[in-house]
Design a protein around this ligand. Sequence first.
Ligand SMILES: Cc1ncc(COP(=O)(O)O)c(C=O)c1O
Length: 465
Amino acid sequence: VLRTAIVAGRLPASSQLPSSRDLAGELGMSRNTVNRALNQLIIEGYLSSHVGRGTFVNELSSTRTSPQGRSKTAQASHISTRGQALITQFSASQLEIYPFTPGLVDFSNFPLSLWRRLQDKHWRLSYPDMLDYSYSGGYAPLRKAVADHLRLARGMSPETDQIIITSGTQQSLELCSQLLADLGEIVWVEDPAYWGALKAFMSKGLTIQPIKVDLEGIAPTAPDMNGPPPRLIYVTPSHQYPTGSVMSMARRAELLSIARGSHAWILEDDYDSEFHFHGVPQPPLAELDQDGRVLYMGSFSKVLYPGLKLGYLVVPRNLASAFKQGHYDLNRPGQIPLQAALAEFIEHGHFAKTLYLSRVAHAEKRATLMDSLQPCLKNGVTISGVNQGLHLCVNLPKIVNDVQIAQRLAQKHLTVRPLSAYCFNRKDLRGLVIGYGYAPLTEIKTHGPTLAREISQAILELKVS
Ligand SMILES: Cc1ncc(COP(=O)(O)O)c(C=O)c1O
């Protein structure tokens, strides 16, 4: 109904839509259904949602009504409506690189000269085959090294044949979307969610359905369960991105049972489990899975460096050959000399050593940041996600304007992300996502107190107003 009204011009550009509650009442539908439809229209570029202001009809969408308008838009930007949606929606991705930008890593422990030597060696050894595409899921010794690593580090038991080397999690997610779901099928994503995963699903034409996350991870409600079943379920169970909650064992069992009952595939993104600082890590869903419904993905972006562009996907045994074929047909993967250098880096213990040094450095940075933040931990301010990873989440009372705090900090050249920027339907989550991967320890010491002061100030202003 809404799409037709927008296309026909009955809902002009910039007009504000009623709240989802009012729309549900007017249309005689559940709020869940309305929210799902609104999200889809946002994803398709017809609408924009602005935290705290509401949902508005886009200029771009209205120009679809006339061929003239369409060509004007095309001339202006040369970008399709889908392309516009892909580059403008859900972007926490602007590249301001300042202390505390989440998602970035500290490269200072990476052994660059050793890495250069290894690469040189494998380039010298390269025989013509190694310059070809990589056909069977990646360079075999690297696939074996990854399987061995997962056995040791995560208690998993994959066979080498189940490992597919990809250009990182983004490609792993795209491949799963292409091979496991048809156009328009539903993917459950966490609310709030990792923007990179949303982009992967959007670009492959899937229907995104946000599912609330609580302290135990993704928490589907009765209306979610009674709606159309998902084909894919994307989760970050070890350290939910961005809230940092860890999925409980009960929730893991429930999710596996949902996947079994609805014939859905679980995409488990274990993006930062290498940085575990406290307590015993929960076993991955892929290890608990008895039905072959979990695809597990890891990345070398955080442990080594993002520009390496290498990650891996562990697929159930019966999907291995389809995935190898699909990966080859769709992506024409290559970089075998680079994969060979990485295999040797892992086999000879350099990976374990780098990881150890990096873990120690990040543990110190995490502790320093936590100390700095102590003074603001009152009046309903809490921290989550501290036991693992390279970021934590400061949770604020829900009436705090987290975007404003982030903007104030940006003026001081400190980048934190407002939690609301990662949310779909959550009006109850406000906070700051703070990374401690990128900044050196000295900068965390210098700027940590500024973070705490800005947070306390925002809470004080709330009380006064
Ligand atoms: C939740 C999440 N998954 C995965 C990744 C890594 O993705 P990639 O391997 O595509 O670099 C990141 C990086 O920031 C992330 O935040």
